[in-house]
Design a protein around this ligand. Structure first.
Ligand code: CA
Length: 691
């Protein structure tokens, strides 16, 4: 259960301006920023470009071939001018006071030309962020050897006063705050620095409309799951600024650092298995090649990488960040130092289930959240991604770069129509979900997630029951009048080794050290063979080259016009073929799978997990549980005098409900009242000990 321990942070988040300032502090910050800007430079190519651009610049400070009147939205040509001047500034900064006089005078002409032209774009980002940031970097680099006449410098600083930092949100707010910090350093303006720093760290609070949430998930572009993508940009930006300010009176406050570290360690890093991140965390970025590979966040990628910055800002976390880094760099196995954990993110309708042997995560959507977007011509056919997709990882590489060859109406875990041709998403930048009974209960280690599907003329009640070695996946009340057959896909991952089918005794299929059990059979189909496609099919900005690979695909066919159909399968994500052959009984027992109740019991764990879609009872020979409202519940120590109940309300509308429970050890006949979390904790799990 997540407690509201960070409530107090909001009230304390305002940066206090009463701290002592000194010119030394500005020098410290300035030299850190300058060092940061300089470390972007790469040797040979840089020198070649510098030479070329110095030869090509005209006497009046412009380059032929740059359209200074361009107002283009992207690839805005005038920015090339500033990037070239930045090169000059880098070279001059390196050369010190004895710098190249010709280059210095060319730099001055180029900056004068910029001020005369005042290029602008129809895209506010170019005017409010890209231009002032580039000018700020140039001025920071030129400051130490006094290259510029002071009137020119003043005019340029004036031209940087762009962007409404107060109104801007998320990464944009941070970007504007950063060029304000440059300006504050250049002018030694303490008031400006106070305000820039205050704004820069402002996104590090919980309960933002967009951005970081109370459940430590990250939403952007409406309430849309973006734990990596925008969440990763947020992490890098905040740690970057924190690294510039550490050791000064502007240093990030410890309460904010705690929040930032928590998001990095307990959310973001847990979505990475081995080297690869969950495909659901990247938003529309899922359609970019290599996006799942997280090598670029490790220190191997340089001093500006996310983990390098996070370690620098908070050395206390070096141990745990090193462990993650060793998994990502494949120095250690994907299981290395992975602790069992289970989290349901009730603000983003996402579930994270980690074990040393595997990750099994579920992405859903409700009327409270937004479906995975398509936009900028990216993620063109990811239409069904949020309909209960399951990311099942052992090595981590199971889905790496599989996206161009995926059949996109058979995304792992999803129930939907089996089209002949993958469907284009029609609504840009994310479509609101419609379902209201979507949520999850968790005790931090185990949990149950429910998704009531209602999309594309298909309805179903889907639930996942998470244990140590097994995940039970149930679906019921599957209905559709669409003209296509309806399917539920169990998995669609890279084929690895042989597929083994078990038909006597246990019914199941084994592939790539994952066992899939089908206690109630069903019309099962599987293929293991070549699939082909191209990145441009899913992302119009990418290559049209045909790519192909061998894919293992396993699904239920519910046929045409299904009426109240159901499915049941159990995934054991770490099992050898021999273990499966030995016909060892499963630890879990499916008790019921009806439109009213879905329930699973794990005898070893003495645990019961139930989804009640309506008020009612679940009565078994050993126990009986009754609720007066729909809910998702988990009971531990089932056969004892002190069972512990964990419960949540997937509608996030109830204030309380009543429950009774009886077993051979305990008899609570009257309905017991339970208050449900309210406010920002709506949808979170509440726990209660019987007796
Ligand atoms: Ca299809």
């Amino acid at each position: 259960m997540r407690l509201p321990i960070f409530y107090s942070v909001l009230a304390m988040s305002f940066f206090t301006v009463s701290k002592a300032h000194s010119q030394d502090e500005f020098q410290v910050i300035e030299s850190k920023i300058t060092r940061y800007i300089k470390s972007d430079v790469e040797g040979n190519q840089f020198n070649q470009d510098l030479k070329k651009n110095s030869l090509a610049i005209q006497n009046d400070g412009r380059w032929l071939g740059i359209d200074y009147s361009s107002r283009a939205e992207t690839n805005w040509a005038p920015l090339i001018h500033l990037n070239r001047v930045k090169q000059f500034a880098l070279a001059l900064n390196d050369a010190g006071a004895a710098g190249d006089k010709k280059l210095a005078s060319q730099t001055i002409s180029a900056l004068r030309y910029w001020l005369q032209q005042r290029p602008g774009s129809v895209n506010w980002f170019q005017n409010d962020i890209a231009s002032p940031t580039a000018i700020g970097e140039i001025l920071m680099l030129l400051k130490s050897n006094h290259t510029l006449p002071s009137t020119l410098q003043d005019s340029l600083i004036n031209s940087m006063k762009q962007g409404d930092v107060v109104r801007a949100a998320g990464a944009n707010k941070l970007d504007i705050a950063i060029h304000m910090m440059y300006r504050a350093c250049l002018t030694r303006d303490k008031v400006l620095m106070d305000s820039a720093v205050n704004q820069a760290f402002m996104p590090i609070t919980l309960g933002n409309r967009q951005g970081l949430q109370y459940d430590y998930s990250y939403l952007q572009h409406g309430p849309q799951l973006q734990i990596a993508s925008y969440g990763q940009v947020f992490l890098i930006g905040e740690y970057k600024v924190a690294s510039w300010l550490s050791g000064t009176s502007y240093a990030i406050q410890s309460e904010k650092l705690k929040i930032l570290d928590h998001y990095l360690i307990n959310t973001f890093l847990k979505t990475i298995r081995g080297r690869y991140i969950d495909f659901n965390t990247e938003g529309r970025g899922i359609s970019r090649n290599d996006i799942l590979d997280k090598t670029n966040i490790t220190t191997k990628a340089g001093a500006h990488s996310l983990l390098a910055l996070a370690k620098e800002v908070n050395p206390k976390n070096v141990g745990v960040l090193d462990e993650a880094e060793q998994r990502i760099l494949q120095i250690q196995a994907p299981s290395f130092a992975v602790k069992p954990s289970h989290t349901h993110f009730y603000k983003s309708d996402y579930t994270l289930h980690n074990r040393p042997a595997y990750s099994f995560n579920v992405r859903t959507v409700s009327r409270r959240t937004v479906r995975t977007e398509f936009g900028n011509k990216e993620n063109l056919i990811g239409k069904f991604l949020p309909d209960g997709s399951t990311n099942i990882q052992r090595t981590g590489a199971e889905y790496f770069n599989i996206m161009p060859v995926w059949e996109w109406d058979k995304i792992p875990g999803v129930t939907g129509r089996d089209y002949k041709v993958d469907q284009r998403t029609t609504i840009e930048w994310g479509e609101r979900g419609v379902g209201s009974f979507i949520g999850g209960t968790s005790d931090g280690l185990y949990g149950t997630t429910v998704y009531q599907l209602d999309y594309d003329e298909v309805t179903a009640k889907k639930a996942w029951f998470f244990f140590d070695d097994e995940i039970v996946c149930l679906g019921t009340d599957i209905n559709s009048l669409a003209k296509e057959a309806i399917t539920t896909t169990v998995n669609q991952a890279w084929a690895k080794g042989p597929v083994k089918v078990f038909e006597n005794g246990i019914k199941g299929i084994w592939q790539d050290s994952i066992g899939y059990y089908f206690p109630n059979q069903g019309d099962l189909k599987w293929t293991s063979g070549k699939q082909s496609g191209s990145w441009s099919l899913i992302n119009a900005n990418r290559s049209k080259k045909v790519v192909q690979g061998k894919v293992f695909k396993l699904w239920f066919n519910h046929g045409h016009d299904p009426v109240n159909q159901s499915y049941a399968y159990i995934v054991k994500p770490s099992i050898s073929e021999n273990e499966m052959k030995s016909n060892k009984a499963l630890n879990t027992k499916i008790l019921v799978n009806t439109p009213a109740v879905q329930a699973v019991e794990n005898e070893d764990l003495q645990m019961l997990q139930v989804v009640f879609y309506e008020a009612g009872s679940l009565t078994k020979p050993n126990f009986s549980v009754t609720v007066d409202q729909p809910c998702v519940l988990l009971i531990k120590a089932l056969k004892s005098k002190n069972p512990v109940l964990y419960l949540s309300d997937p509608t996030q509308k109830l204030t309380d409900l009543h429950i009774s429970f009886s077993s051979a050890f305990l008899d609570i006949k009257e309905l017991f009242p339970i208050s449900l979390p309210q406010g920002d904790q709506k949808g979170a799990t509440v726990s209660f000990q019987f007796n």
